[in-house]
Write a protein that binds this ligand. Structure first.
Ligand code: SAH
Ligand code: DHB
Ligand code: MG
Length: 224
C-alpha cells in the first residue's frame, strides 16, 4: 500500500460520493493561484466535517486555522438558517483569500473570519460572550494544540463536538523524544485528552490524498 493507491481510492470515493461543487472548487482554485500551500482537508474529509456538523445539529461553529477557507465552506454549508461559523487565521494574505472565497460562495453573511493569532483571538471571543460553540474544529499550528483544546473546552457546552486534525503525522506522534514542537504539541494534546474528565474522545488514523494522518473526535460530556 502506498500513496498512489490512497490517492486513487480517494478519487474513486470522491467521484462517487462528493459531487463537485462550484464554490468549493473555486476556493481550491483561488487558493492555489494565490500560492497557498495545499494543506486543506481533502474533499472526503471536508464532507466528513460537514456531515458531523449536520448530525449534531450545529448552529454555532468555531474553526481554528482557516487557510483558504475550504474546510470553513464545508462547515458553513452544514448550518441551518441563522447558523454561524467563526474562523481564526493569523496570516493576512490567507485571510484575504478566504474572505474572497466566502464572498464568491455567497456565505460572507454566515462566516466571520477573525484575523490574528488564535491565542489572542480566543480570549476576545470569550470576553465578547461568543459561543458556546456546538462544533469546534482545531486545525492551526500544532504546537499550540493543548492551549486550543483548553479554549475549545471553555467555549463549549455538554454535547459539543471538538475535532482536531493532524494527530498522527505519518506516525511521528509516537516519537516521545521528538525535537519538533508540532509533534510535542500533538502529544501534549493527546495527554490532555486522556486526563480530561469533562470529555470522552477517540482518534482515527487516516490515509488518502493527504497522506497518512489522523483526526481526534472529542465529545464534551460535562460543562465547565
Ligand atoms: N482548516 C483549513 C486548513 C488550515 S491550515 C482547511 O482544512 O481548509 C492551518 C492554518 O492555520 C494556516 O493557514 C495557518 O496560517 C494558520 N495558523 C497557524 N498558526 C496560527 C495561529 N497561531 N493563529 C491562527 N492561525 C494560525
Ligand atoms: C500542515 C497543517 C495542516 O493542518 C495539515 O492538515 C497538514 C499540514 C502543516 O502545517 O504542514
Ligand atoms: Mg490540518
Amino acid at each position: 500500500m502506498n500513496q498512489d493507491v490512497w490517492t486513487a481510492v480517494d478519487m474513486y470515493i470522491t467521484d462517487l460520493l462528493v459531487p463537485s461543487d462550484p464554490a468549493l472548487e473555486a476556493a481550491l482554485q483561488a487558493s492555489g493561484a494565490a500560492g497557498l500551500p495545499s494543506i486543506q482537508v481533502s474533499p472526503v474529509q471536508g464532507k466528513l466535517l460537514h456531515l458531523l456538523a449536520r448530525a449534531c445539529g450545529a448552529r454555532q461553529v468555531l474553526e481554528i486555522g482557516t487557510l483558504g477557507g475550504y474546510s470553513t465552506l464545508w462547515l458553513a454549508r452544514a448550518l441551518p438558517a441563522g447558523g454561524r461559523v467563526i474562523t481564526l487565521e493569523a496570516d493576512p494574505k490567507r485571510a484575504e483569500v478566504s474572505r474572497s472565497n466566502f464572498a464568491l460562495a455567497g456565505l460572507s453573511g454566515v462566516i466571520e473570519l477573525r484575523l490574528g493569532t488564535a491565542l489572542e483571538t480566543l480570549p476576545k471571543l470569550a470576553s465578547e460572550g461568543r459561543g458556546p460553540f456546538d462544533l469546534i474544529f482545531i486545525d492551526a499550528n500544532k504546537s499550540s494544540m493543548p492551549e486550543y483544546f483548553d479554549w475549545a473546552l471553555k467555549l463549549s457546552h455538554a454535547g459539543s463536538i471538538i475535532i482536531a486534525d493532524n494527530v498522527v503525522r505519518n506516525g511521528a506522534v509516537l516519537d516521545a523524544a521528538s525535537g519538533d514542537a508540532d509533534i510535542q504539541g500533538v502529544r501534549r494534546f493527546n495527554e490532555r485528552l486522556a486526563s480530561e474528565k469533562r470529555v470522552t474522545a477517540t482518534e482515527i488514523q487516516t490515509v488518502g490524498s493527504k497522506g497518512y494522518d489522523g483526526f481526534a473526535f472529542v465529545l464534551v460530556i460535562a460543562d465547565r
